[in-house]
Design a protein around this ligand. Structure first.
Ligand code: HEM
Length: 329
């Protein structure tokens, strides 16, 4: 039995070991100092969003904030990860990448539940998803080739490799001279972050607008900590305790990154149920984040619940999941 488990572990390591190597190499891109170097890029795209909102405020047409947030995060991620201008905000519904993601994401979720659906694509929708994924990969491949050619590579230019996420991801090389990340790795890792961030922003703004007291507290924190006229705040200035609580509560109440999947490598006992080997488990944090056994006033949106340092029970809150495949961003 033990040999069997050991053999499975070795096989698993042969198949998936490279994923953990990739994660390790990506880690420097997510340090706070590296992230803070991206603020000017965020400010640039946020300014574009504000211009669109200002223009819309003059008319009577409703604005789809959710779609704007998706396009904002795509523009931002494209800029910082690949050094490309996707122009999703300015192109609106015509933006090709937005259309492709709309084709991919709902079907991908279904394929998560039924992995065979993806492997044997009988349905037209699944085949469309595969075509859209291939197109995004090709767009990314071109963008990365251009970025590498246009900006030169750091080992040959006078310019030192910087901490910019773009440099770490796109330009970093291994001692053997090959680039650290393939374009496939870059696409997989960066699409993961755009949608979740956009939807978190939408839920947060929705809750803030519904709760005038929360809006007032948020305003006073921002006014007190970020001096008037500062266009790009420092890492120190964005240490905002109340905003942090607000974000935590948004991720509890709305559970943006709502689910993930795990496959049981062998028959596995979970609370006296034994799913057989190869079962796909769907893990849903919305069910846990609003479980009455774990949360008081669970249906009240209340950032204040995060003020006390009282430790939450392990497993009661996991917007980014646990373990070696948890969220990198
Ligand atoms: C509020 C925003 C976000 C939420 C709620 C969120 C949530 C999640 C969740 C639930 C997972 C699955 C983890 C698992 O299966 O254990 C995940 C994976 C991942 N996320 Fe995020 N995420 C967010 C933002 C980001 C950002 C900004 C980035 C990158 C810039 C990012 C990059 C990734 C990557 C690369 C993975 C896959 C990790 C792996 O497979 O090893 N995420 N995220």
């Amino acid at each position: 039995m033990a040999d069997n488990v050991h053999e499975k572990w070795l096989q698993w390591n042969r198949e998936y070991g490279h994923v953990f190597q990739t994660r390790k190499r990506l880690a420097p891109a997510f340090r706070p100092e590296a992230v803070s170097l991206q603020y000017p890029y965020f400010a640039k795209h946020l300014t574009n969003l504000i211009k669109l909102l200002d223009a819309a405020a003059g008319g009577n047409n409703p604005v789809d904030m959710s779609s704007l947030h998706v396009r904002l995060t795509l523009d931002f991620m494209g800029d910082i990860a690949y050094g490309v201008e996707l122009d999703a905000l300015s192109e609106g519904g015509e933006c090709r990448i937005v259309k492709l993601l709309d084709t991919i994401l709902p079907e991908l979720m279904k394929c998560g539940f039924f992995p065979l659906r993806s492997k044997i694509p009988i349905l037209a929708r699944t085949r469309e998803m595969h075509r859209a994924i291939a197109e995004i990969r090709m767009m990314a491949e071109n963008a990365i080739q251009n970025a590498r050619q246009n900006r030169g590579d750091s080992s040959e230019s006078e310019e030192k490799p910087s901490n910019r996420i773009f440099d770490i991801l796109t330009r970093q090389k291994e001692p053997d001279g090959n680039f650290t990340f393939s374009s496939k790795e870059l696409v997989d890792n960066y699409v993961a972050g755009a949608d979740t961030t956009a939807h978190t922003m939408s839920f947060l703004i929705y809750e803030v607008l519904r709760n005038p007291d929360i809006l007032a507290t948020l305003h006073s924190e921002l006014d007190a900590r970020i001096p008037f006229g500062v266009k790009i705040p420092s890492l120190e200035q964005v240490k905002l305790p109340y905003s942090g609580m607000l974000l935590k509560e948004t991720l509890r109440y709305n559970s943006t990154g709502f689910g993930t999947f795990r496959i049981c490598p062998q028959d596995t006992e979970i609370s006296s149920t034994v799913p057989p080997a190869n079962t796909t488990l769907a893990l849903w944090n919305p069910a846990v984040h609003r479980d009455p056994r774990l949360w008081k006033d669970l249906d009240t949106f209340d950032p204040e619940r995060w003020r006390s340092n009282e430790r939450k029970m392990r497993g009661s809150y996991f917007p980014f999941y646990y373990g070696p495949r948890n969220c990198l961003g």
